[in-house]
Design a protein around this ligand. Structure first.
Ligand code: TXA
Ligand code: MG
Length: 352
């Protein structure tokens, strides 16, 4: 299959052709403010099948359905609580996904992987909203990467993974947030964060102004133990992994460079090609094949923005040992550390 590419200069033509392709059951990659998505008509089992096939995604991991307008949420969900309404008002359009009771027949059963809920979000990116609006479809869209690879934050990342496997890609330049949306489920007046992301815990709390709190557990209590239908199926898969081995070093900033460099030297001594991911303040402290500047320590949003592109570059350049400095876990730092930990498959040490 030939994958059509619409450059950022051809946006209008691109949106028209891509929207027509979606409406006809095609699968199209497009930018959102978080990462690029691979979209298809959520009502079409054929289109949704093609999404799973192109990604090599396990069929028990459900997809997020994207809408152009918040007002249309009732077409997908049977019920929206006051707390959910407050979250939609505060964050849609934007990087928040809500898991809601699904309206029977609203989407192909493949989208929800047989669950009785559907994940919904209204993206903020203009191109995404225009595309979805014009297509006239609710658009099922996982991140536009092959399963197990870092999510794409640029159109060329999409092509690296999916060229020849999808109908087209709309280039909208690099995405802003760089990490996926926050996925939440509201149950019994509590907000369960199923996946940390672009909207922070602090922002969620502020938006509900004391009418709800955040549950500490990732899986809602009364839904645990149901092995056939875990409520956040995605979390059991090792996502976002680079090909090389990765290690996270946490601790107070001043103590990081000595420990990170020692680990880098050890690996280099074993003949590995080492990359270091660090804050701007420390870039001059490291000697390695590649040192990636993730931005100032106080601006974790910059690290979030570039993390996936750096991980892909490590793969491309054959960097097979990656040492990453840890970041504070408030604000977007929570999502950043979550993704770093997945990429490192739990390898983490403290510098003290
Ligand atoms: O930012 C994003 O969310 C991007 C862009 C393209 O919108 N999309 C994205 O999709 O990250 P994906 O498929 O890579 O991740 C969707 C996550 C998975 O962890 C999945 O398990 C979870 O949402 N999910 C989907 N439907 C669900 C449901 N009904 N209940 C619980 N979790 C669900
Ligand atoms: Mg994904």
């Amino acid at each position: 299959m030939k994958t059509k590419y619409w450059s950022a200069e051809q946006t209008q033509l691109g949106i028209e052709e891509a929207a027509a392709a979606l409406a006809a059951g095609g699968v199209i990659a497009f930018p959102t403010e978080t990462v690029y998505g691979l979209g298809g008509d959520a009502r079409s089992t054929e289109a949704v099948k093609r999404i799973f096939e192109a990604k090599g995604r396990p069929s028990d991991n459900p997809l997020i359905v994207h809408l152009a307008r918040s007002e249309d949420v009732g077409e997908l969900a049977t019920e929206v609580s006051e707390i959910e309404k407050a979250l939609m008002d505060a964050f849609w359009p934007g990087p928040l996904t809500l898991v809601l009771p699904v309206r029977a027949g609203a989407v192909s059963p493949l989208v929800t992987a047989g669950l009785d809920t559907v994940a919904v979000r209204v993206p903020e990116h203009e191109l995404a909203r225009e595309l979805i609006g014009r297509s006239g479809c609710p658009v099922a869209a996982p991140s536009a990467n092959r399963s197990g690879r870092p999510s794409p934050t640029q159109a060329r990342h999409v092509l690296e993974d999916l060229d020849g496997r999808i109908d087209g890609v709309l280039d909208g330049g690099a995405t802003g947030v760089g990490l996926e949306s926050t996925v939440v489920r509201v149950l019994d007046g509590r907000i369960h964060i199923l996946r940390p992301g672009g909207v922070t815990k602090e922002q969620l709390l502020e938006a509900v102004g004391g009418t709800a709190d955040i549950a500490s557990s990732k899986v809602p209590e009364n839904e645990r133990g149901n092995e056939q239908a875990p409520r956040s199926p995605g979390v059991k898969y090792a996502h976002y992994a680079p090909k090389g081995e990765m290690l996270i070093v946490t601790g107070v900033p001043d103590k990081l460079p000595a420990v990170v460099q020692a680990k880098a030297d050890e690996a280099a001594g074993e003949g590995r090609r080492v990359a270091v991911l660090c804050c701007s303040e420390h870039v001059d402290r490291y000697k390695a094949v590649a040192v990636f500047d993730c931005g100032p320590r106080r601006a974790p949003e910059q690290a979030a923005h570039s993390l996936y592109a750096f991980l892909r570059e490590c793969d491309e350049r054959g960097l097979d040992y990656i040492v990453a400095e840890g970041y504070p876990e408030d604000g977007i730092g929570a999502a950043l550390m979550n993704r770093l930990r997945k990429a490192a498959a739990g390898r983490e040490i403290s510098a003290g």
